[in-house]
Design a protein around this ligand. Structure first.
Ligand code: SF4
Length: 60
């Protein structure tokens, strides 16, 4: 699972709220802490991508 945050992120903090194991707030956008996504976090990462108000979370 490859997860990245696009520049369109508005720093709303929702993804960090949903899955703090994977997302953190950076200075300009949210950040992916590590692309080594724990299996138990996959559902939460998918949810964060679906819930992101500007669709800035991209999963490949
Ligand atoms: S949910 Fe989307 S807009 Fe909000 S901080 Fe995360 S990536 Fe940025």
């Amino acid at each position: 699972m490859d997860v990245r945050i696009e520049d369109s992120c508005t720093c709303c903090g929702l993804c960090v709220e949903i899955c703090p194991e994977v997302f953190d707030m950076g200075d300009i956008t949210a950040e992916v802490i590590s692309n080594d996504i724990p299996p138990e976090c996959i559902d939460a990462v998918t949810e964060a991508a679906e819930e992101c108000p500007v669709e800035a979370i991209v999963i490949d």
